[in-house]
Design a protein around this ligand. Structure first.
Ligand SMILES: [Zn+2]
Length: 420
């Protein structure tokens, strides 16, 4: 049975891949010889929702990682821990089949849980970031997951450049160090570089982003060369795009009198401006409508549903004279599964060029961008070993495709059955 080597490229955009495919030998090989194309991710497009959908083969309505906290009635925008993702991962499934996995740097895998193989988890890492424990010392010599990057552009670039190098070294050592059927190697740099540098006309920013794409492509190619017998899969959690302006959902709800804020001193308002999370947990006791983030809307009063949908769908950006939202969808049109009735009631999908915020940073509804939250639902996927053609796919196609290649039965509760 073939082995599968997965390159998980956080924030890799299909459009950028398309521009670069003749500049990078690895990308050229994908374009010529792999099944590949534009890959839609689950909504809302963000790292903490996209990766669990990939590794469980299920949408958030089944995994429960985007729902109201039980008991409190509040809603976290998403779960940042593996404990908040219900259901088996690909490596849990393989462990039960007596097969081995190497999982490196994948978001929302903390705390690292027992598996047959090795798991090194990504950010939000505390003490349990690696399984089995005895790998810790070796890995820690080249890998420090808690380190945070410097602010200035040049140093930020150098940090991520060096980090790709370190990620490659750890991944290479673990993959060479033991047997595995499934290897998943994640590179986070594209997400971070594009968040920081994409919203700018400065050509140096674009060059830095392109150099990071090419460096990651070289690292993937080297890892593949070290394990030429493996089939290769590329998957992303979401793509990225630049945006011009943001819409403040909670400012709208506040102006309408639906979102209640305790009597505010200027000091308190400043605190809300600083941290989006504090808003989620302190404000909403007597509110009938609020957004806990990522375009999601919670309705305590269902009679407001129509009015809100209509207002947002018809809202025209006064600066650019364009609609701000592509659509505002009820939850049952976005997700499915046993957690559906604990999920946000509506999801507002911003049009190209717009992002949607949940801070109360401004009393006006729109502002030029202040925060680069410009994730896009379209990323890149690629699979060797299937007929080479360009064809769109969905992130939920990828896990069953991997199981099909490994000869493992796709569980009945997966959303999809795999690419043919
Ligand atoms: Zn991401």
């Amino acid at each position: 049975m073939p082995r599968v080597l997965v390159f998980a490229l956080d924030g890799c955009s299909y459009s950028v891949f398309n521009h670069l495919k003749n500049l990078s030998p690895f990308f050229k090989e994908i374009a010529d010889n792999f099944r590949h194309g534009e890959m839609t991710t689950v909504a809302p497009a963000t790292t903490a929702i996209g990766w669990p959908a990939f590794y469980t083969g299920k949408n958030p309505g089944k995994t429960g990682n985007f729902r109201r906290e039980q008991g409190s009635g509040l809603l976290s925008a998403f779960s940042k821990s593996r404990n908040g993702v219900d259901g088996d991962s690909l490596w849990d499934i393989l462990t039960k089949e007596g097969m081995k996995s190497v999982v490196f740097n994948m978001p929302i895998t903390y705390p690292a849980t027992e598996l047959s193989g090795v798991l090194v988890s990504s950010f939000d890492s505390g003490s349990n970031w690696i399984y089995p424990e005895h790998f810790k010392e070796d890995v820690a010599k080249i890998w420090t997951p808690q380190e945070s990057p410097p602010e200035s552009r040049g140093e930020f670039f150098t940090y991520w450049w060096n980090r790709i190098e370190a990620e490659y070294k750890v991944a290479s050592a673990i993959l060479k160090g033991g047997e595995w059927d499934l290897g998943i190697i994640t590179f986070l740099a594209l997400d971070r570089m594009q968040h920081k540098l994409m919203n700018s006309d400065d050509p140096l920013n674009a060059m830095m982003v392109i150099e990071i794409y090419k460096k990651i492509a070289r690292a993937c190619k080297e890892l593949w060369d070290e394990h030429k017998d493996a089939e290769v899969v590329i998957v992303t959690d979401h793509g990225m795009r630049s945006t011009n302006a943001g819409f403040y959902l909670n400012s709208y709800f506040w102006k309408m009198g639906w979102l209640k804020i305790p009597p505010l001193g200027e000091k308190m308002l400043n605190n809300y401006r600083k941290t989006e999370c504090s808003l989620v947990n302190t404000v909403f006791e007597n509110s009938t409508v609020w957004s806990p983030g990522l375009g999601s809307i919670v309705l305590e009063d269902q009679s407001l549903r129509k009015e809100i949908i209509l207002f947002l769908k018809e809202y025209i950006d006064p600066l650019y004279d364009r609609p701000v939202f592509d659509d505002v969808l009820p939850r049952e049109e976005v997700w499915s599964g046993k957690y559906l009735n604990q999920m946000p009631d509506l999801l507002a999908m911003p049009a190209p060029g717009y992002e949607v915020h949940w801070t109360l940073i401004t009393t006006s509804l729109m502002a030029m961008n202040t925060y680069t939250d410009h994730s896009l639902r379209n990323g890149l996927y690629a699979v060797s070993g299937l007929s080479p053609e360009e064809k769109p796919a969905h992130v939920l196609d990828i896990a069953p495709t991997i199981l099909n290649i490994l000869g493992v039965k796709v569980p009945s509760d997966f959303d999809r059955r795999g690419l043919k």
